[in-house]
Design a protein around this ligand. Structure first.
Ligand code: FAD
Length: 412
């Protein structure tokens, strides 16, 4: 069987890897180098503990309240595109407690196997920088801490080996000397991981090559279908045929699907980040600044900070005021860190978002040989291995019943 995977981000690479392991001939296509988009521009967290869907009660109200702040962590730049307006209306409909809780369960179940899957990848020779330190969420607002503790209770029921504890202000002062006083408290989750995302996509790409996956880099792919024949893939002058096509092109998925007049409910959620030099008094394990929505990940060679969620179409330009909001949130949480004498340069990444916060993993109803794997929002690194496995199972006809309806492409 031959499969073409379109998009070599974490999701496409993971799909290619598990497809190849199932004995399938795989070609993967990307106009850029593997992992060069959101899959290397993220916080690198593998976090079953953060299995919450983005649409949550109060989320849209918060976005509207912050709309006039040029450096807010969450914003919507409205456009009149009917697809954008429909997406936002659908997302609003998903911001209820019932839908949030249902989504939390689906994402926790998907996440349940992810840590073992990362261990299996490492055991199989996929090389990447990984850390198992506990993750601490810091809260200025007590109510937010209590709400998040409830989420962790749900997650802990579903994720094997996962636990968490509350830190009061004296625990924080003792255990996190670089953190400022006056916070409401913290939540420490034990069982999450963090990794250097660029090393992960590089490791996956190397493993795919070793296993015999063919890479076609440097040109975009599009889909074509003539006179009711099977869908084929166009790359430059070449027309490629395959038994299955997996579209894993992140926020560009609809550009690929446009060739066969298909569309899935995906919009870009823009994020920013910085890589700061290591400092002796800097954080030593991952921290989440809950109100500022900023993730901090100490890596071997730098400390990565990432955040911001902006809905405003596919736009990879850097808005330095927006990105700078991440830096200006830090003094409220830290006494002296970081040293800002050398101004760091921001980077950006576009997360593929869906209206209900769950990924789309499955066939197109009118084109069952075309599978879509996208919409992983803030969890595309965490969920790359389980997604790759699901895609391999679907493509090879071992149809897993679990999650099918809640992840289906036509559920909106
Ligand atoms: C600031 C930030 C922090 C984040 N933190 C985390 C985190 O801590 N943990 C986590 O799990 N997730 C995190 N994420 C989310 C995660 O980065 C994404 O969900 C994930 O990278 C999506 O992967 P992808 O493979 O779907 O998309 P991408 O990485 O965008 O890959 C899509 C690929 O498709 C290619 N492509 C585009 N058009 C075509 C075409 N026509 N033909 C062929 N290929 C094409 C692109 O070049 C690209 O390589 C974060 C994201 C951001 C922005």
């Amino acid at each position: 069987m031959r499969t073409i995977v379109i998009g070599a981000g974490a999701i496409g690479l993971s799909s290619a890897y598990y497809l190849r392991k199932s004995g399938v001939d795989v070609t993967i296509i990307d106009p850029s180098s593997p992992g060069s988009k959101a899959s290397s521009h993220n916080a690198g967290w593998v976090v079953p503990s953060m299995s919450a869907p983005v649409p949550a009660p109060g989320m849209m109200g918060q976005a509207l309240r912050w709309m006039l702040r040029r450096d807010s962590p969450l914003y919507v730049t409205p456009t009149l595109s009917p697809q954008f307006l429909r997406f936002m209306a659908l997302m609003l409909r998903n911001c209820t407690t019932a839908r949030f809780e249902a989504g939390l369960k689906v994402l926790s179940d998907l996440s349940a196997e992810t840590l073992q899957a990362f261990d299996d990848l490492a055991a199989d020779g996929v090389q990447f920088e990984s850390h198992a330190d506990p993750l601490t969420m810091l809260f200025r607002d007590r109510k937010k801490l209590e709400a998040h503790a409830l989420e962790l209770t749900t997650v802990a029921e579903r994720i094997p080996g996962f636990s968490w504890r509350v830190l009061d202000s004296s625990d924080i002062a003792r255990e996190l000397p670089q953190v400022a006083g006056g916070l409401a408290g913290g939540l420490e989750s034990i069982g999450d991981r963090s990794l250097d995302p660029a090393s992960f996509t590089e490791g996956l790409a190397d493993a795919c090559r070793r296993e015999g996956v063919e890479f076609r880099l440097g040109q975009p792919a599009s889909l074509r279908q003539e006179n009711g024949s099977a869908v084929s893939v166009v790359v430059g002058e070449d027309l490629l045929r395959a038994d299955r096509i997996v579209v894993a092109a992140g926020v560009w998925t609809n550009q690929v699907l446009a060739g066969i007049r298909e569309h899935v409910a995906v919009q870009a959620g823009k994020g920013y980040g910085y890589d700061l030099p290591l400092q002796p008094d800097g954080p030593t394990h991952p921290l989440y600044l809950a109100e500022a929505k900023v993730a901090i990940t100490p890596l071997q060679k730098s400390v990565r900070i990432a955040g911001t969620m902006g809905f405003g179409g596919i736009d990879e330009r850097i808005d330095s005021v927006r990105a700078g909001g991440i830096l200006s949130s830090l003094p409220a949480y830290f006494t002296a860190w970081p040293d800002m004498s050398k101004k760091p340069q921001p980077w950006t990444g576009l997360r593929p978002m869906t209206p209900d916060g769950l990924p789309i993993i499955g066939p197109l109803p009118r084109q069952p040989n075309v599978l879509v794997a996208t919409g992983h929002a803030m969890l595309g690194v965490s969920l790359a291995p389980p997604t790759g496995r699901l895609i391999a199972e679907m493509a090879t006809g071992q149809v897993p019943a679990r999650h099918r309806a809640s992840l289906a492409a036509d559920r909106f």
